[in-house]
Write a protein of this length. Sequence first.
Length: 100
Amino acid sequence: MQHSHAATLFGYARVVWASSETVFGLPLTRAVPSRVPLTEQDETMPESGYALVKVLCEQMAAQMHPWNPGTRFVGLRISNIFEPGDFASMPSFQDDASLR
């Protein structure tokens, strides 16, 4: 996210980065959400260091936006990404969250 600060200084129009579904506590290692589907307005519940860093990056972007309102920040909360070679193992992956 350090690059985001540079983007505001240089007046870039947009900063896009990969956040993660893990900001919501997925894959549900401790607490089940109170409802589904989850939206961007739902409270984050990071359950790992990785997820916490993603939440902090999103919060940093929200704090940096007023420095240069012309810079838009977009964090994509990407879910699991599979390649064709992974498809055969998906049923067991789906049934056992610990495999994720």
